[in-house]
Design a protein around this ligand. Sequence first.
Ligand SMILES: [Zn+2]
Length: 276
Amino acid sequence: MISNISYLLKCPVCGAAMQTDPDGRVCRCVGARVHCYDVSRSGYLNLTSPGDGAGDLKAAVKARTLFLSNGYYEPLSDEINGILKDLDAKTVLDAGCGEGYYTNRMGTERRVLGVDLSRAGIDAAAKSAKQSGSGAAFAVGSLFKLPVSDRTFDAITNLFAPCAEAEFLRVLKPTGKLLLVGAGERHLLGLKELIYDNPYLNPGRADLPTTMQLLEHRRLTYSINVKGREQIAALFSMTPYYWRTSNVDRHKLDAAETLETEVDFDIFLYGKGQSK
Ligand SMILES: [Zn+2]
């Protein structure tokens, strides 16, 4: 719920702190000009500023929701939650949370805010938070201009989303940690074998932090069995190769009723290091 975390937010226009009205419908800043933001019907705030751009569209959000709701990536979600528990993170920012699958599973014992540029994603995330009673709050906003105050979070999770290192450094507490996840080299190799004659290994994330301190790198690998064309198509549409694959190659997937593939996640944990 937004009212639980509004003290962590800052006004995207003037940078002042924010507070929610007692009825929970409006969030307003404490700056001289008092900027107001309506809480949407599904319960999120739109804290974008002009020029922030747009995020994933409805169709992409729908495909991801369909795929993730089957639990294929639940072990990754459990792994993330285990790390957050070990860190004793009381306040967590999920930067680039999409439709909020991981965010809404982060538990009710901590304050969790999911931020994403996709309005469709945040709307789906806020709705599912209401349904599940997850307690997580959501805001539409840019990762590169996060609508949150300095040094407020114990942990940031950055799962398959762009790494905005400078902003992450700004909003993490001095002892805060960044938990970053990307596709490992063998991620979805089985899917690529169906499409390409010579499937290549993934190169790994190119945008890892450069000034933060790497504390730990672990890998999580297991295999999944994706059932049905709709699920396989949804998984494919979530990948970066979706856009780079020719129509001829894409149609190779149409015949597949099931897909057995490895999943391979690179999990990195960073501290703030020298810079504070
Ligand atoms: Zn303001």
